[in-house]
Design a protein around this ligand. Structure first.
Ligand code: B12
Length: 298
């Protein structure tokens, strides 16, 4: 199997096909079919580059792009279930078309074929990153972004409630930092924590730390876990860190505001675990084991 190794800009340089056209071909015709990096970026293989050159050659000869992509795409062999990377392109296209019935079908296919964790991390996460980035660079408008975010958020909330809460698991509060509306990462984290046996209290976007401390006095969690996606929300946590001190045995910080510089977690007085929720949950289990062992000895 060919592995993705070139970014979209490198492919643009090598083939002369602009990045926007590459994404359009992928969305409309399903060719090329780049893999995604852990953080959701497209990575093209040598085979993808060969396909792109072949499509370009047909287009240069006057063949319409749709037909050219079909000619190249038909040369793919059928190899069992569609990979999540293919479903990603289809879900992005369905959401941009504001088509929730089509989005439902793509997600039903993904759930039928892959574990929940893979669907969330390899379908929802990259799709949201792609749509959010397109909104940030102005290629989709706010209504489309809101439609897509609220659709994906709804799906994640549904999975969260279907996962049930384990009343005998360690209690954990999951919230977003003050001023932070980036809720999807926190939702993904809450879902994975719940599926791995924690009793999760999911609070959501833009949470004042004073209120979190108050809540901790009521539910006595083992950990407060806060997601911050922007530098502003990291700064808000740093300036309010005194309110979080000692309110729970563990304070865990994550999200892209910390992923870009994990040392920021020390400035808030908490632990940083990993850039991705699956790795973070597995490290969190270790941290919980160490903490509970330590507390039992004390
Ligand atoms: C989607 C998106 C949005 C959506 C959010 C939709 C929603 N309801 O959540 C919208 C369009 C609304 C938005 C708005 C804004 N955004 Co925005 N957005 C993004 C984008 C493209 C993807 C974020 C996302 O959803 N990722 C998918 C989730 C699942 O991934 P994740 O958040 O990284 O979470 C994973 C891990 O980090 C980890 N994790 C997350 N939290 C935690 C917590 C703990 C404790 C742990 C252990 C792990 C963990 O697990 C998760 C699952 O693996 C990012 C860029 C990017 N590539 O990340 C910019 C980005 C975060 N946004 C940014 C900005 C600037 C904004 C705005 C200020 C823009 C504006 N001018 O209005 C506003 C802010 C609004 C606000 N007050 O918060 C910047 C922040 C830059 C900075 N350094 O400050 C980014 C980085 C874009 C950029 N490159 O400039 N945005």
């Amino acid at each position: 199997m060919a592995h993705g190794k070139y970014t979209v800009n490198e492919v643009e340089e090598r083939t002369g096909v602009p990045a926007t056209t590459l994404r359009q071909w992928e969305r409309r015709y399903g060719v090329p079919k780049p893999e995604r990096s852990d953080s959701g970026y497209r990575l093209y293989s040598d085979d993808d580059i060969a396909d792109i050159r072949a499509i370009k050659a047909h287009v240069d000869d006057g063949v319409p792009a749709s037909r050219a992509a079909q000619m190249v795409g038909n040369s793919y062999k059928l190899e069992g279930p569609r990979p999540l990377s293919e479903l990603q392109a289809e879900l992005v296209a369905a959401l941009i078309d504001l088509d929730d019935a089509r989005s439902d079908r793509v997600i039903a296919e993904a759930h039928a074929l892959y574990p929940v964790e893979d669907v969330v991390l390899e379908l929802f996460q990259p799709v949201m990153i792609e749509l959010g980035e397109r909104w940030h660079d102005g290629t989709i408008n706010t209504t489309t972004e809101h439609f897509a975010s609220s659709y994906v958020q709804g799906r994640l909330r549904q999975l969260l409630s279907l996962s049930g809460s384990n009343p005998s698991g360690h209690a954990v509060i999951v919230a977003c930092a003050p001023f932070d509306q980036h809720e999807l990462g926190a939702l993904v984290l809450a879902l994975l924590l719940r599926r791995s046996g924690f009793q999760v209290y999911y609070v959501g976007a833009n949470t004042p730390v004073e209120d979190l401390a108050e809540m901790a006095r009521t539910v006595a969690p083992l950990a407060i876990m806060i997601s911050a996606s922007s530098i502003d929300s990291v700064q808000a946590l740093i300036s309010k860190r005194e309110h979080l001190r000692g309110v729970a045995p563990l304070l865990v910080l994550g999200g892209s505001g910390f992923n870009v510089d994990p040392h920021r977690a020390e400035l808030v007085g908490g632990h940083y675990l990993a850039a991705d929720a699956r790795a973070a949950v597995s490290r969190f289990h270790e941290l919980v084991r160490e903490t509970t062992r330590h507390r039992a000895r004390a």
